[in-house]
Each structure stands twice: as structure tokens, then as C-alpha cells.
Design a binder for this molecule. Sequence first.
Ligand code: CIR
Length: 256
Amino acid sequence: MFTKAITRKPCKALIDGITTYLADGKPVYENAIKQHDKYVATLKELGLQVTELDADERFPDSCFVEDPAVVMERCAVITNPARDSRNGEKFEIVDAIQKFYSDDQVFHIEAPGTMEGGDVMRVGDHFYVGQSDRTNAEGARQFNDIVTKFGYTSSTVPVVEGLHLKDFAIYLENNNMLVSEIMDKEPAFKDFNRFVVPAEEIYAINSLYINGTVIVPKGYPKTQKAIEDMGYPIKLVDSGEFKKIDGSLTCLSLRF
Ligand code: CIR
């Protein structure tokens, strides 16, 4: 059960955010702000107390707060984002995190380890960690060392088709997952009920489960229907401006 979330308002420099995969023009700042406001309002409607951090113009991608930290009940891990333009986000997220954890509950991934929270998918007390361009084996190893001290477990999964693990596999609780065709064949996921999202809707894999409801990106009817058929109430949020720089729903918040 999530009770809290942390978000950060998009900055004007968002238009210079990293685009690696989904390039479709630059985000329009004013539209991004509206979409972000709706996203935050939706989290609140679902009962979360949201800490809304100020925009930080130094870091174009800083609204994607999921990446510089991984939070859980018993500890928090400040990651080490792989790209230079994002690495400093880790120093900015710490203050917000420390309000909710004691000093001995906050840990850091250190170089040469790299990690971004978009690669970390939680299932119960287990974390699947995507090994991707952004999260390396050393980052995953350090993460495992930290979380196992608190009674969690972790294992790695290769990410071969894009940015982060949660762009290609997402857990919706109740043993249900949305997966890409490649992740459908991932041995680690064989015992889950898997809905294979059609290639043209692959962006919608990154839907967001919050306390029984699933927030689904607007404009992906097949995935929306599949999630409804699984029995979840849904809320639609347009995240199109963030998609232009490879951002999706989970990356816009930390939930705990
Ligand atoms: C990046 O490339 O780092 C950003 N433009 C997008 C980050 C998206 N984060 C996420 O999916 N967790």
C-alpha cells in the first residue's frame, strides 16, 4: 500500500532532455506542465500524499525522479545515474528522501556502479534489476548488498531493447504483468500472467499500479482494455510530452 509520493515539477530545460529511443520532436514546456499537473492530481486522487519538489533548471531530466533513487519501506537507495547530464540529480533528491528515512536507512550506489530506478521492478519483497545501458552489473551488485540487509532480495534481468526494464516489463500486482515480446520469453517472468503488449503500443507497458488502480497512458486502447479485462479500475493520463524524451508514467514519481 502506497501512502506517499515524491515528484519534481518539469523545468523549462526539459526541452533538452535526453532522447535516445522515442524521438518525436521536442516537448512543449507548457503542455508538459499541464500533463504533469494532471499526473500529480491523479496520484492525490488515489490517496497519496505528494511531496512536490521545485523545478531544477540545472537538470533537464530532473522531473524523472524515479531514476535517482529507489525507495522501499525499510531503506532508500540513492542511485548513480549513468549519464553525465543526470548524475547530479542524485545530490538533489537526497534531501527529500531524508525527510522520510533515518540516516542509517539511506544508502548510495557508488562508481563504478551505475543504476537508475527505471531499471528496478518490485514484486513483493523481490527486486528485478534490469541490466541496461544505465544500470551495470556493479550497480546491481551494490543494490543487492544493500537491500538484502533489510530482508529484501534481488536478481538481474537483461534489458536489450531500449532504455529501462520497466519500459518492457511492468508488474501490476496479483501476479499480472505487461511485457514486450522479448520480455515474454524472459525465464525470470515465466510464472507470471503475462499480457504481451502489441509492438505499436509498447509505450503503454509503463503503466502505473497504485493501490488497486492502474494509471494508463492515454492513447493505447488495446493495452487499456487488457488492463480493464484483468479487473483493474483505470485512470488515463496523457504523458505524450514526456514520451518525446523517453519518459513515461512510473519515472515521474517515487512511491512508497
Ligand atoms: C533519460 O533518458 O534519462 C530521460 N530522458 C528519460 C528517463 C525516463 N525514466 C524512466 O523511465 N524511469
